[in-house]
Design a protein around this ligand. Structure first.
Ligand code: PLP
Length: 425
């Protein structure tokens, strides 16, 4: 299932693809990093930190101005009133993750949201308490799960089951997850899977995973850190109980910006679920009376704790407006072609040292390719950086590159492979 395009290995061809790209003008809506001499870098690190939309300054400036002008009254009198500011984000965000508006809220940061969701959806008993996670999960997720196990009196060594690739393989097979559930399903309480693995770039079959987990009486949650803004995961349709993500990677909302949270609508008004509560999750009509018992809002909003940072949400609003203007389906179509071109050029290097560990099937990946370079060390990454390429290195020998369809060009991809080749030589 390799790409259906006919690519050519030349700068002319890359430039022609850029000419034909209907989204090409979006590149100028971003601020691209430059080297000391003002040359634009080849930035392929949107999987770590997405670039700044030009208009984000204005969006943030608006809130600074309204704060100056109105002080506390900005909660109601700002151009975009702060009291309900998170609601400006919900609809676009819900579209990007394929959810209903009532199922999505922007709040806190990813790891915090993961803990909050586990408070509600990880309710172990003495016999059903284990958590399944894919083996190369992001460390923060693993720490969160291990600490939840300990918090409930279990041992992570016993309680955390890793879904691992087979020997000699780099990606996980669904059959092996089925086997884990078949043999240990009685003991498993939660499947917590990164929708798109940060290391290999493998995108998992989310609906199948959710159905499998539910069949065995488990709760199912997804971490979309590398999925949101990259692949539309149809969250509602998957039937997952919850999901969490961050907004500073493919969602271009700035370092440490607020995360997102999804709670499936069947849990919207479930008051038997334990949850950690705060005033922002309380009924909006009586929130400021300050005397009532906690009366949670229906849906994901009911999990909010604090009044959120407006400056960060302004950056998210700016970014979501760019996504709206581009259209997610257009982005995904470009992304498949752009990453297909990258794959073609890497294969055309015909270098035995290089092995793409990301799945070849474009349904099983987003924009990222993880490139294993045998016998390489971090010196390779340093040399690439010197050559004006911003990529990402993962020990022991993997370079991750993620051409983002909003601001990366076919020429970027061509330049990257050209410079990689010369560095390898
Ligand atoms: C980036 C990333 C994180 C980062 O967590 P924060 O709480 O936002 O610092 C966590 N998990 C995954 C899978 C990630 O890719």
């Amino acid at each position: 299932m390799k790409n259906q395009y006919t690519f050519q290995n030349s700068l002319d061809f890359a430039q022609q693809c850029d000419q034909e790209d209907l989204l090409r003008h979006f590149r100028s809506k971003f601020l691209l990093p430059t080297d000391a001499n003002g040359n634009t870098l080849v930035y392929l690190c949107g999987n770590s930190l997405g670039l700044q939309p030009v208009q984000t300054k204005e969006y943030i400036q608006q809130e600074l101005d309204d704060w100056q002008k109105h002080g506390v009254e900005g909660h109601t009198d700002a151009k975009h009133p702060w009291l309900s500011y998170h609601e400006f984000l919900t609809e676009s965000m819900a579209k990007i993750v394929g959810a209903k508006s009532s199922e999505v809220v922007m709040m806190n940061t990813l790891t915090t949201n993961l803990h909050l969701m586990m408070v509600s959806f990880y309710q172990p008993t003495k016999t059903k308490y284990k958590i399944v996670v894919e083996s190369d999960a992001f460390p923060s997720d693993k720490y969160a799960m291990e600490s939840q196990l300990k918090f409930h009196g279990f041992y992570p060594k016993d309680g955390l089951i890793l879904w691992t690739p087979r020997k000699g393989e780099e990606t996980c097979r669904f059959e092996d997850l089925e086997e884990i559930l078949r043999t240990q399903g009685e003991e498993i309480e939660l499947l917590m899977i990164g929708s798109t693995n940060y290391y290999s770039g493998q995108h998992f079959p989310l609906k199948k995973i959710a159905q499998l987990g539910h069949k065995h009486g488990c709760k199912v949650g997804f971490d979309l850190a590398h999925g949101a803004g990259n692949i539309q995961p149809d969250l509602h349709e998957t039937g997952a109980d919850f999901a969490v993500w961050c907004s500073y990677k493919y969602l271009n909302s700035g370092p440490g910006s607020l995360g997102g949270c999804f709670v499936h609508e069947r849990h919207a008004d479930n008051d038997t679920l334990p949850r950690f509560a705060g005033w922002w999750g309380h009924n909006k009509d009586t929130r400021f009376n300050m005397r009532h018992d906690f009366d949670p809002l229906s849906g994901a909003e009911g999990w909010q704790l604090s009044n959120p940072p407006i400056l960060s949400m302004a950056a998210i609003r700016s970014s979501l407006d760019v996504f709206e203007a581009a259209g997610f389906e257009n982005l995904r179509a470009k992304s498949e072609k752009l990453t297909g071109f990258l794959e073609f050029l890497l294969d055309d290097l015909n270098d035995d040292q290089i092995n793409i560990i990301t799945p070849r099937n474009k349904k099983e990946r987003g924009c990222q390719l993880s490139i294993q370079v045998k016998n390489a060390d971090k010196g390779l990454h340093t040399a690439l950086t010197k050559a004006g390429v911003i990529s990402d290195w993962r020990e022991p020998d993997v370079i991750r590159v993620a051409p983002a369809p909003l601001y990366n060009s076919f020429e970027d991809v061509f330049e990257f492979v050209k410079r990689l080749k010369s560095v390898l030589e």
